[in-house]
Design a protein around this ligand. Structure first.
Ligand SMILES: CC(C)(COP(=O)(O)OP(=O)(O)OC[C@H]1O[C@@H](n2cnc3c(N)ncnc32)[C@H](O)[C@@H]1OP(=O)(O)O)[C@@H](O)C(=O)NCCC(=O)NCCS
Length: 203
């Protein structure tokens, strides 16, 4: 297990000037994660877990909040004392691939949070020897599919009935760098409807 990676912490400003904090998940997020999940709409929980899932079980909370910050990493977005989003990767056994998943509280969807978490997770994963992300999403989950396809990563998709499997290398190429620069550039010149504003700890 790696030490808690404090270097992954930073603040973000959501459209509307709401300031949030991004940080790796910790075991003491158990209560906050349970509340976050219980407050999700039935639709959001369904899209995340592919089934009706109103509450996280004790074992899910344990697994989701206890990560080794290496093979398994989760980042949370915190507003005040409440979690408003979680993005995670889990490395697949004996491979350099990891599966990613995201969930954002309903009132903060479409603020650029999943895109930001994907950028952060990809950078952290690369630093930990992971080269490729995979994901599964329901075919009806257009928002999630568009987050991946608009990320700038070179995403391959395959569909099996109602599920879409995605796979993409996370080593930045020119296309990803341009997409990332556009996101960051837009926030530099951003408006209240612009993308999320990132505040790095070094700033
Ligand atoms: C799917 C999900 C994770 C996406 O999270 P999100 O934070 O809403 O995603 P983003 O905001 O980064 O991107 C969504 C859209 O909002 C847009 N957006 C970003 N900032 C915006 C802003 N300030 N104003 C308006 N739209 C904005 C993005 O451009 C994107 O639009 P696009 O589809 O045209 O590219 C979220 O909807 C969710 O939690 N859904 C339920 C759970 C789920 O489906 N999980 C996935 C399981 S695989």
């Amino acid at each position: 297990m790696r030490p808690y990676p404090r270097e992954l912490e930073h603040d973000v400003v959501l459209p509307g000037e709401t300031r949030c904090h991004v940080r790796p998940i910790r075991p003491d997020d158990a209560g906050g994660l349970a509340v976050f999940h219980a407050r999700l709409s039935a639709r959001s929980a369904y899209l995340r877990f592919f089934t009706v899932h109103p509450e996280l079980s004790a074992s899910e909370i344990e697994r989701f909040t206890h990560v080794d910050y290496d093979e398994r990493l989760a980042l949370v977005v915190v507003l005040g004392s409440a979690l408003i989003a979680v993005g995670r990767y889990d490395r697949l056994p004996d491979s350099s691939e990891a599966e990613v998943a995201f969930v954002v509280s309903d009132e903060y969807q479409h603020h650029g949070i999943a895109t930001l978490l994907l950028d952060d997770l990809a950078l952290a994963a690369l630093q930990r020897g992971i080269t490729t992300f995979t994901a599964s999403a329901l075919a009806e989950n257009v928002t999630m599919l568009r987050v991946f396809s608009h990320s700038g990563f070179n995403v391959s998709l395959s569909r099996d009935h109602e599920t879409v499997s995605l796979r993409f290398p996370i080593e930045p190429d020119d296309q990803y760098r341009a997409a990332l620069a556009a996101r960051r550039g837009a926030l530099t010149h951003g408006s209240s409807h612009g993308p999320i504003g990132r505040i790095d700890p070094s700033c």
